[in-house]
Design a protein around this ligand. Structure first.
Ligand code: HEM
Length: 241
């Protein structure tokens, strides 16, 4: 008995009858990505180190330049990935999907991740945040590169899996900022007690918590989502004699 599967077929998307507007998450995702970039990018295009939202460590003079380039490449990754994960767009515009895919990989994630690794090693927010940045940067580069290699080898099911992980890591910058706001509000009342009045210690604690939770939870969610899809596909396979 064999199972009817076709591993070389591009990512199993929804039924062709499914209309583009029946993807309720696409528009909110694009709004979040564009709003995040519109808020984050301007200070780093100003070429003025005083505009940086991250205090520059004295031990690393090129911090602002590296951070600014990181933000530019990160913005390319965020904006392009919104179209890339949209099944309707992939099906209707396969050539544009390939071109944008190259922009996502080579004009977004890979340079953004390499520069994120450098600013991550130099972070002023302490060793716990540093460890998170380094692991995240390596995973971002690794998942994206694996996704690109799989597409080159026409292993589209694997391509899709690695790119879903890469996408979760790209968008994790947003949940990172949300956790930052939550922990700042939650821990601020403890400034005089737990943190002995030390605002820098409070800042490092918030940065450490938000940077780890920021990407670990979206990555787990992506794994769960992939697993759920695989289970549904296994149930749908039709045994043939
Ligand atoms: C997923 C891998 C990423 C890594 C490892 C990473 C790493 C970092 C690091 C280390 C910093 C400096 C802050 C610190 O020292 O704690 C930073 C700042 C920043 N990153 Fe990323 N980043 C990533 C993705 C992104 C993406 C996709 C964007 C999208 C635009 C982005 C936008 C920014 C911005 C705007 C800042 C400056 C902080 C601010 O102004 O709020 N990053 N990133």
């Amino acid at each position: 008995m064999t199972l009817t599967t076709n591993p070389a077929r591009p990512a199993a998307g929804p039924s062709p009858r499914r209309r583009w507007w029946r993807r309720p998450w696409v528009a909110p995702l694009a709004v979040v990505a564009i709003a995040f970039v519109a808020f984050s990018l301007p200070p780093y295009l100003s070429l003025d180190p005083a505009a940086s939202r991250v205090p520059a460590p004295e031990s690393f003079p090129p911090h602002f330049a590296v951070l600014s380039l990181h933000v530019v490449f990160g913005s390319v990754a965020m904006v392009t990935c919104c179209l890339q994960v949209w099944p309707w767009f992939r099906r209707r515009h396969p050539r544009a999907h390939r071109l944008l895919g190259r922009a996502y990989v080579f004009g977004g994630c890979l340079p953004g991740g390499a520069l994120g690794l450098v600013v991550g090693l130099a972070t002023p927010f302490g060793p716990v945040a540093r460890a998170s940045h380094v692991v995240l940067a390596l995973l971002w580069i690794g998942c994206t590169y694996a996704g690109w290699r799989m597409a080159r080898q026409r292993r589209y099911a694997d391509h899709r899996r690695w790119m879903v992980r890469s996408f979760a890591l790209t968008m994790s910058i947003v949940t990172n900022r949300l956790w930052g706001a939550v922990f700042t509000v939650a821990l601020w009342p403890q400034l005089g007690t737990t943190f002995h009045g030390d605002e820098a210690l409070l800042g490092s604690t918030v940065a450490a918590l938000s940077s780890w939770l920021g990407w670990v939870l979206p990555l787990l969610l992506a794994e769960w989502w992939l697993e759920r899809g695989d289970a549904a596909r296994r149930r749908r396979r039709v045994p043939t004699p």
